[in-house]
Design a protein around this ligand. Structure first.
Ligand code: PMP
Length: 295
């Protein structure tokens, strides 16, 4: 049976200051955010009813809006409270959290200086993949035809709706070709990231990951780097060319949605999900659990 469409579920959604019944969280077709992609969002997960790194996501949410030349009318602390309220009111423990901010309908042209800024937060159930044996088989990645844009061409560090256009096209093409996702190169042809996750490789016990200066430096990426360092594993952030892929042993991707997911193939290159991927899957699932408060 097909999953219930996202506009037909039960629960509450935060919209412009109030909690509204899920099916009533609507907007008009003449909305600037829809026509001109003046829209930013976040993707977060709650584990055991607590949002992992909520404040870091709220901070990035506000920074993304500023890169699109608008201000989110809430502080980080207010956003954290709103998100937790939406999780609690929907009675979810393990769920995805989607804050969204967009320009409204007051102006309908490229310039939208006086358009109102709207903010919504929705949550939905999305349990993480607990079957580690299944995970360790790895996913297969295509290589996307589109590249991450030059930071002089687009606000590359914003989690902005418009930047996902090439991700959806690339992921559709990958799926049609039988892959789970696509790895994207950057504007200079270097390895960048996947359509919704960052990428890591290992060689001789060292982790290598691309420098995140022209794509989203994920919050999960930061967590994984910290977890690897805690284990004493060296992490090199550097430029990685696609020609180097065949020299790596393990590969994994990470993101709020993907968590830590091993990769078995990228185009013609094969990888063997192994001890480092396994250790980071375990460390990440321990890290995201809500911390017990001291008695
Ligand atoms: N890159 C892209 C394009 C993404 O959509 C995501 C998911 N938000 C990531 C990287 C990973 O970011 P995070 O770890 O903050 O979820």
């Amino acid at each position: 049976m097909a999953a219930l469409p996202f506009d037909q579920r039960e629960g509450v959604i935060f919209m412009d200051g109030t909690l509204v019944p899920w099916k009533e969280a609507k907007l008009h077709v003449l909305t600037h955010g829809l026509h001109y992609a003046s829209c930013v969002f976040e993707g977060e997960r709650a584990y055991g009813g607590r949002i992992f790194k909520s404040s870091e996501h709220s901070q990035r949410f506000k920074a993304s809006a500023e890169l699109l030349d608008f201000q989110i009318p809430y502080s980080i602390a207010e956003l954290d409270r709103i998100k937790q309220l939406v999780v609690d009111r929907n009675n979810f423990k393990d769920c995805y959290v989607r804050p969204l901010a967009w320009r409204g309908s007051e102006m309908m042209a490229i310039s939208a200086q006086n358009a109102a800024i709207h903010v919504a937060v929705a949550v939905w159930e999305w349990p993480s993949m607990f079957d580690v044996a299944q995970k360790m088989k790895g996913v297969r990645l295509d290589i996307a035809a589109f590249r991450r844009p030059d930071p002089a061409t687009a606000p590359a560090q914003a989690k902005a709706a418009g930047l996902y256009m090439i991700c959806t096209i690339s992921k559709h093409r990958a799926e049609r070709r039988g892959y789970a996702d696509a790895m994207m190169l950057d504007w200079l042809g270097r390895v960048a990231e996947c359509t919704g996750a960052n990428i890591f490789f290992t060689r001789e016990g060292v982790i290598h990951t691309p420098v995140a200066d022209c794509f989203l430096s994920g919050i999960t990426r930061g967590t994984v780097i910290e977890l690897a360092k805690r284990r004493g594993i060296e992490v090199m952030e550097r430029r990685i060319m696609p020609e180097e892929l065949s020299g790596f042993e393990e590969c994994f991707i990470c993101g709020t949605g993907a968590e830590v997911t091993p990769v078995s193939e990228i185009g013609p290159c094969k990888f063997a999900p192994g001890a480092i991927s396994r250790a980071l899957i375990d460390d990440y699932s321990a890290e995201v659990q809500p911390k017990q408060r001291a008695a």
